[in-house]
Design a protein around this ligand. Structure first.
Ligand SMILES: [Zn+2]
Length: 381
């Protein structure tokens, strides 16, 4: 039997295995090597492991110790964002200790968390578990969320509570906004500028669309407010526009990209529906075609109840009130499966998706300690 690696060795091996996910197929990599590495370790520790295919070259891992209903999921995504070699001072794939930090791609966001979850589980013998502990490793969080969506489709794993170790600086997070990015395309009819009756000006139609969007934004902000968020209202950002080609040509087509950040309680499908309806209403009846298309599938907002046992426990163990963050996670998908879900991890979001991503060396031990306490409370006691 091979020796179980130490925590630092696990972190080294996870970081050394590239697992970039990217919407650009040229940069996208399989996460299977990471999944198999984790499965090997967890098999050796007596976990029951299941590799769940997600798509070609992509899979989730569900590793379970203990049986029965209830229990706790410790979850992390196995993919990282792409990296810019020229901007890194360290090798992104070599865990490097310097300045009391561990540098490497995926240290903070968030492969290292999976090593810490495994380490924490070692504090208890397999027979100690009254309820299951599930270590969950997912695919493609940084791009499509297809790993999390596959879990929802198959309704697995089942547990009562879940903690996702995304970088939150060790503070419990029970809420985040959703994210929608939509393209609005207006097709009119091009023609020479000297005679406006020859065409249908898509830029002028877009002017009406933008007016309606700003009006909708004001209304959404009047109707929805959650003071627990740093930006307490939903937002709509106009981020990109392109239309037409020449001053002396009637603009035949115009495209606008917007970003909508809804509060918990605002469903993505409802927003998409309302967007379409409102914009359709302001366009002239003839001569224009309007399309609204998602630029990605979107991330729902999430809110786990403030009085959930998991939230209360996390607040007590960390000494921090559970709050909100300004980024999306897999939490809404786990919530959807009936698990009260918190986001709580050792990294800092400032380091995520940045060159020289690192995790503070001082964070590692307290994180393992904290995870042990969660495991004790929800699986052992
Ligand atoms: Zn992440």
């Amino acid at each position: 039997m091979t020796r179980q690696p130490t925590l630092i060795e696990m972190m080294q091996q996870l970081i050394a295995m590239p697992s970039v996910s990217c919407v650009n197929p040229a940069l996208d990599q399989s996460n299977l090597p990471v999944i198999h590495l984790l499965a090997n370790w967890l098999d050796g520790l007596g976990f029951n492991t299941e590799i769940m295919p997600v798509s070609t070259g992509k899979a989730n891992l569900i590793a379970t110790r203990g049986q029965g209903a209830g229990g706790l999921v410790l979850a992390g995504h196995t993919d990282t964002v792409p990296y810019d070699d020229n901007r890194w001072h360290h090798d992104p794939f070599k865990l490097t200790e310097a300045n009391n930090r561990f540098y490497g791609l995926g240290t903070s966001d968030m492969k290292a968390f999976l090593a810490m979850a495994i380490e924490a589980s070692l504090a208890f013998k397999p027979e100690d578990y009254k309820k299951p502990l599930i270590i969950l490793a997912t695919a493609d969080e940084e791009t499509t969320m297809d790993g999390a969506k596959t879990l929802v489709k198959l309704s697995r794993p089942k547990a009562r509570f879940a903690i996702i170790g995304e970088p939150t600086g060790m503070k419990p997070i029970r809420m985040h906004k959703g994210i929608l990015m939509e393209s609005i395309r207006i097709t009119g009819l091009a023609g020479h500028s000297s005679d406006p009756t020859l065409g249908h000006n898509a830029l002028e139609a877009m002017h009406k669309v933008i007016g309606e969007l700003l009006l909708w934004r004001d209304q959404l902000q009047q109707q929805n407010n959650n003071p627990l968020f740093e930006v307490p209202v939903p937002t709509i950002n106009l981020g990109h526009i392109h239309g037409g080609d020449n001053p002396n040509r009637i603009c035949g087509a115009c495209e606008l990209h917007i970003d909508i950040r809804p509060l918990p309680g605002m469903a993505l499908d409802d927003l998409r529906h309302e967007l379409k309806q409102r914009l359709q209403k302001v366009l002239p009846e003839t001569g224009f075609k309007l399309e609204t298309l998602p630029l990605f599938s979107g991330i729902p907002a999430v809110e786990t109840a403030a009085d959930s046992e998991l939230v209360k426990t996390a607040e007590q163990l960390t000494g921090h009130r559970a709050g909100s963050v300004a980024f999306g996670t897999e939490a809404p998908y786990l919530n959807q499966m009936g698990m009260d879900t918190l986001v709580l991890g050792p990294g800092n979001i400032d380091q995520a998706h940045q060159p020289d991503e690192y995790i503070d060396a001082d964070r590692i031990k307290p994180t393992v300690e904290l995870l042990r306490k969660f495991i004790y409370q929800f699986c052992i006691a």
